[in-house]
Design a protein around this ligand. Structure first.
Ligand SMILES: Nc1nc2c(ncn2[C@@H]2O[C@H](COP(=O)(O)OP(=O)(O)OP(=O)(O)O)[C@@H](O)[C@H]2O)c(=O)[nH]1
Length: 344
């Protein structure tokens, strides 16, 4: 690991970003289980009404704060929540020495980064270390060149443009030629960020944590474009900014008390995602399966899906939670399809 100069006494913050399903939680879990000597506090922000992500982050000693209901980049109130969470964290700052903020996959990281500067109290205590952007080598093209967003703000692009480090993840799903082409496209969007490659988020952590990689001048430029006031010192002021994430994308979530019949569910998901997967960016779930003592984890990025047993249920009630994120989602249709897979 390389050692870098760190701003004295300030707690470094890493913003972990990347489009839906690019591998942020996978990388976060890798970081949380590696022996790097940092005590890490995590702030998670999820897009979707039902919280699945906190179940997917491995249980650990680290402090994990969940922020839900909205995307931190978009809503001033949610950014205020972020500052409130930070203030809570800072009251017990002897417990950790690094903070990781995992943004939702639809967030533009720039307004998130500005939140730390706009609040004077927080700005005195923390140092934005780097914006680390994960890129899904298999699926990113559909989002970088999304025809629905033609001429409009595109978060997949924003995330790459704002990056201090780019990690091209899922290299196992791409060929060498495809990776080189992708890397030159990324270089066109971002001329300075070093580009790393990874499989399941395995990277040299010395290249992404405590690197002093953040470029404030660049943030100021982006903040101006987004009309964010960087110099306001009261974060409870509802100042406006010109950014909203892709409104054509929404999420639909369900919970079920009854268990699913595995084969029925597998067949339904295969058919549904094959047919609709281009418009369904992300599906995740923690599922109760009939006859199984373990809960199953469902992970899908577009058509590519994985449903497998995880750990035994603990004493808590077995409740399935499932969330779909994408375009033109029909709640009724999905509810009927899922209900048909439940045990009679
Ligand atoms: N084949 C392959 N799959 C990967 C790799 N990294 C992550 N995945 C899988 O991709 C899926 C999404 O990974 P996550 O880490 O949950 O992605 P995320 O960015 O946190 O997703 P959101 O929070 O929903 O935006 C999971 O099924 C992972 O197991 C990789 O390098 N190769």
């Amino acid at each position: 690991m390389q050692v870098h100069k760190i701003e004295k006494n300030k707690i470094p913050i890493t913003i972990l970003t990347g489009f839906l399903g690019s591998g942020k939680t996978t990388l976060l879990n890798y970081i949380l289980t590696e022996k790097h000597g940092y005590r890490i506090a995590v702030i998670e922000n999820e897009f979707g009404e039902v919280d699945v992500d906190s179940d997917l982050v491995l249980a650990s000693e680290e402090e994990i704060y969940q922020m839900q209901n909205g995307c931190i980049c978009c809503f001033v109130d949610v950014r205020n929540d972020l500052i409130d969470v930070m203030n809570k964290l800072l009251k017990q700052k002897d417990k950790f020495d690094h903070i990781i903020v995992e943004t939702s996959g639809l967030a533009d990281p720039t307004p998130v980064a500005t939140a730390f500067f706009a609040d004077r109290g927080v700005a005195e205590e923390v140092n934005l270390d780097a914006i680390v952007t994960l890129v899904d080598a298999k699926h990113i093209d559909q989002h970088l060149y999304d025809p629905v967003l033609d001429g409009r703000d595109n978060q997949a692009v924003d995330q790459i443009v704002a990056a201090d480090r780019i990690i091209v993840n899922k290299v196992d799903l791409a060929c060498d030629e495809g990776l080189s082409k992708l890397e030159s496209e990324l270089r066109n969007l971002n001329q300075t960020a070093p580009i790393l490659r990874s499989r399941y988020g395995v990277v040299d952590l010395g290249s992404i944590l405590n690197i002093n990689g953040f470029q404030p001048s660049y943030l100021r430029e982006r903040a101006e474009i987004l009309q964010i006031d960087l110099d306001g010192d009261d974060h409870h002021d509802h100042h406006h900014h010109g950014h909203l994430h892709d409104e054509t994308v929404s999420s639909v979530s369900f919970t079920f008390g009854q268990p699913f019949v595995l084969e029925k569910l597998q067949a339904m998901l295969t058919g549904y995602l094959e047919e609709r997967g281009a418009a369904i960016f992300r599906t995740k779930g923690i599922l109760s399966i009939a006859g199984e003592d373990r809960f199953f984890v469902l992970q899908a990025v577009h058509q590519l899906f994985d449903l497998r047993p995880d750990s035994p249920w603990r004493a808590e009630q077995r409740l399935s939670k499932i969330v779909f994120i994408g375009r033109d989602l029909d709640r009724e249709e999905l509810a009927a399809k899922l209900s048909a897979c439940l045990i009679d």
